[in-house]
Structure formats: structure tokens, C-alpha cells
Design a protein around this ligand. Sequence first.
Ligand code: DLL
Length: 433
Amino acid sequence: MTASFMYAPEIERMDRAALKRLQLERLKQTLAHAYANVPHTRAAFDAKGVTPDDLVHLEDLARFPFTVKSDLRDNYPFGLFAVPREELVRLHASSGTTGKPTLVGYTQDDIDRWADLIARSLACAGVRPGDIMHNALGYGLFTGGLGFHYGAERLGCTVVPVSGGQTERQIALIQDFGATVLNATPSYALNLAEMAERMGVDLATGTLRVGIFGAEPWSETMRAELDRRLGVKSMDSYGLSEIMGPGVAMECPDRLGLHGWEDHFLFEIIDPETQEPLPMGEAGELVITTLTKRGLPMIRYRTRDITRLTTEPCRCGRTHVRILRVTGRNDDMLIIRGVNLYPSQIEAVLVGFPGLSPHYQLVVSRQGSMDHLTVEAEAAETGDEASRKVLAHHVRHHIKSMCGVSCEVVIRLPDEVPRSQGKAVRVRDLRKE
Ligand code: DLL
């Protein structure tokens, strides 16, 4: 282990009352720092009639305003930073679907803390100093590649900074170097598994041991598929640029939810309609406040991610709150004839379905006043048209019984559904075109 990284199980196993005291102290500092240095925050607090002094207990945070994605866009590029631009040593951005990118920035201290948190997250997932990490997350403005890169180095891993793309070459590199850890989006990991099989390479019996997969929603059936085809224990990894990037929460090998690092972040669940905080255990929108960030402190950031929290003890002994698998984003939720549906629910039916490859896309269109869903699945083998029709019928029936929605199912030929190079495009929404 390198000297600069302190694996700190004591803070991960801290008594919850002490953890809350630490959070309160850091939250007060964060509110004061943002209020003093970010004009947008000051204006938002003033409009709500609150000042940092109004926070006496952690629960008082509910009186403070939310931050939403459009606040970042409206203050693009540097308006939300709480330090002079010269103190930022790195910028990252997420592209988003419309308009300006979401820009985030880090001081040197922020970068160091990020590397520590990634090192902690990797250790939590079962990665150890000396592991060889094949990092297929995108390098560049995306936080995934570089975020994990520095943290894995800090833990003492040998990092292969391969980024996305050139899938065939990646298989050769995994074999040549004997990678023990694969870090990727789950959809790209599947792409790698498929390519290996085509090349006649059996990754399942190879050197890989741990799969760190995140940056997009994925299902338990996808996890089983990745475990089996890659020969790894797949771990869910969660984060978002606005809060830091990856390293916000990570599963431990017990796989009972992702440990959210509460000494650096404060997690709330709100009802997305009423915006009121919900009790522990209820499903709603995840809201995160940063407790130690200097460059871009975030207060009550509405992630749009739908999940649940639990503080039930984990078998591993860590006491930090667990974020249960993020099923999808508020804004990705489809409403098909009144039924709420996340793409990951369809994925859970399709992956592992006999006769199908695990690639799919959902096409949403409007027929009259009704939303219409077409599931484009892919046949594992070409077969004939009649057998594809029978397969489509079975898939349709299963989706109806598992997800409660009626949809059209089209079975594409092998290789017809586009393969993921990073974050997969799961939905084509023709209503917006
Ligand atoms: O995706 C950061 C990241 C990189 C996380 C690598 C994990 C691994 P953004 O591009 O800003 O940042 O996208 C953040 O992706 O709000 C979720 O909607 C989604 N997301 C991230 N991780 C998960 C996950 C990175 N494990 C947005 N499960 C978030 C479900 C996830 N959704």
C-alpha cells in the first residue's frame, strides 16, 4: 500500500451518532463556505429566508433550498465555483442530451480527497494493492476514467488506462497483462464479454476476479450474466459529476446495497412531487449534499435518481448508509398507458432469456393520444422468421407479466442492435423528434 493512502476501516465502521456529529460540523462549514463565496447560493438562501446560522441540527437542512441541474447550466461555466478559478486544478464535464455541458471543477485538495474516496471504494469492493485494473471507463471530460485512475494508483494497483473503444485490442490486453479487475460500464463490459467469446477467448476462466460496474442503471440479471461470462464478482459503483464523479458509493462483496460515504456526503430521499424528505427506507429521489468539497460545494443536489436508503447493519461491519440499487432516473422513467416503467425492468426480463442476446433498445412513440412501446430485442442466432415470431410472442408475454405493460416486441437479427461503447443508449424516444 502506498504511503499516501490510509485504508481507514475505523471511519467506515464509525458509530452512527459520532458520524452524525462529524456530518453536522462539516455541513456547517460547507454552508458557510458556499454562502460566503457563491453568489447563486447566497441569493437562493436569501430568497428562502435562511442563513448558515439557521442550521443547528442535521434535520434543519430541510429548510435550505435545493440545487438542480439547470442551476449549473445557468451559471455556466464558472459561476457556481466557491474558489477563484486559478485554484481549480481540473475541470470535468458531462455532456447531457441538450444544450451546454455540465461543468465541474476541483481544487488540489478536492482531487486528493477524490483519490482517497476511490481508493476506499475499490478496497470496499474487494480490490487490493497489487491488483491489475483494466480501466475501460472513458478518459477525458467524463469523470469515470480519470477518477478511478488516480484512486486505483493510490490504493496501490497497476492501472491500465485503456479507456473505451478498440474492443478487440482490449481483450488481448486483458489477457497479456493478466488483469484482475475490470472497471467499465455494465453495458460495455457485456460488449467485451461478447467480443472475447467471438475471438475464442474464455475470460470466465482467466485472471479477472472483480468487476467494478457503474455509471448507468443495470439489473440483477445483467449482474448474473456478467459474473458468469467474465468470471468476476460484479460490484455496483455509483456517482455523479455534480457531486464528485465515481466514488460516492460502492458495494462491498456482501452486495446488499452500496455504501455511501457519509463522512463526505449527506444523503436524503425526497418525494419528487412534494419535495418533502421521506423517512429512511422509503423510495424516492436521492438528494446529496457535499460535506468536504471546496471548489464546487453542492447543497441538496437533486440527482433525479430513484432509490432507497437503509442504515440496517451490513454484514461487512460498515456503518455508513447503504443506497439500494438505482433503478433509474426520474427523467428516464417511461409511462406506458399509465404504468411507470424503467428501462432496467425490461432489461431484467431480456437478459438471460433463452434465444436472445442481452442487447436491447426501447423505442417510444405516440399512437394517437397513447404512448406506444416497442422493445427491440436481438436473437442469439439467426434462425428463421417463424421462430423469431414465436420468440417475440414469448418475450411480449413475459414483459406483460413481469412489468405489467403491453408492448410490441421486435426480434432483430444478431448484431443489429447497436453495441455500447460507454453509457448505453437504452431509449429512442420518437415523441421528442
Ligand atoms: O456516471 C460517474 C460515474 C463514473 C459513476 C463511473 C460510476 C462509474 P455522470 O456522467 O455525471 O457521472 O452520470 C451520473 O449516472 O445520476 C445516475 O443517473 C447514473 N449512474 C451512475 N452510476 C450508476 C449506477 C457518472 N451504479 C448519473 N446505477 C447518475 C445506476 C448510475 N445509475
